[in-house]
Design a binder for this molecule. Structure first.
Ligand SMILES: Cc1cc2nc3c(=O)[nH]c(=O)nc-3n(C[C@H](O)[C@H](O)[C@H](O)COP(=O)(O)O)c2cc1C
Length: 231
């Protein structure tokens, strides 16, 4: 299974408690989870990790913590493309706006974002810790796919494509021009990174429902089905 780094910032221990429970959940699935505060992670590289679980509470006015976590996140953003990323954090009085903004930012970084960020009000109680563990378990099983379409064979069909062949991955909630989506029954080359550090290549037919869901932008990748979307 993919190696995961759980990296968090926490002032009063709430997000740290979430991080601990998420790491436990990942380990319960038999995967390796290395737990760090941002300070402990220091200048380590994210290159060793296929998965990152990043935690930060809502601070300022619905923003990430600005002195340590924000600079840390900026420093790793160039490395996030293609990585599987889960977000979590504790909040006080808001409605989760900081997490929604954070998710949108991560999608822009072209990573494979796992579910919606997990948010918990203040200190996670037993139920909250359980939620974190389950989140960690699901993240341990999360995988994504990338696939590269073969260019159409006929010259006329190729001309219809406004851009060269497309790289697809499982970034959720991304809407793309229809021309970028595989046609039902078209042959796609799928790179599956699930459970392996060196992806294996397989070919499979693109289902109509995958295309429909991709077009409607309602893909929710799961352990079993990492759906195909443009990345
Ligand atoms: C300076 C500061 C700013 C905060 N801003 C927000 C906010 O904008 N929205 C919110 O919901 N909670 C806000 N909170 C509450 C924290 O998100 C909450 O206390 C959280 O549990 C802290 O997590 P931690 O224990 O991991 O540091 C703020 C707390 C502090 C100290």
């Amino acid at each position: 299974m993919d190696k995961t780094a759980v990296i968090y910032w926490s002032a009063t221990g709430n997000t740290e408690a979430m991080a601990n429970a998420i790491a436990e959940g990942i380990r319960a699935e038999g995967a390796q989870a290395d737990l760090f505060s941002v300070a402990e992670f220091g200048s380590r590289s994210t290159a060793d990790y296929a998965k990152l679980a990043l935690g930060c509470p809502s601070m300022g006015a619905e923003v990430l913590e600005e002195c340590e976590f924000e600079p840390f996140l900026c420093s790793i953003e160039p490395e996030l493309a293609g990585k599987k990323v889960a977000l979590f954090g504790s909040f006080g009085w808001g409605d989760g706006e900081w997490m929604r903004n954070w998710e949108a930012r991560m999608k822009g970084d072209n990573c494979a974002l796992f579910e919606q960020g997990l948010i918990i009000n203040l200190t996670p109680d037993d139920e909250g810790k359980k939620q974190c563990e389950e989140f960690g378990k699901r993240f341990a099983k999360f995988y994504s796919q990338t696939c590269r379409l073969r260019p159409p064979r006929s010259r006329a069909a190729r001309r219809k494509l406004k851009t060269p062949p497309i790289e697809f991955n499982s970034t959720p909630h991304t809407s793309r021009p229809a021309a970028f989506l595989p046609r039902a029954g078209s042959f796609a080359r799928v790179t599956s990174a699930g459970g392996s550090s060196s992806p294996t290549r397989t070919s499979r037919r693109v289902s109509v429902s995958a295309i429909f869901r991709a077009r409607s932008g309602c893909i929710r990748p799961s352990a079993e089905s990492a759906d195909i979307l443009c990345g």
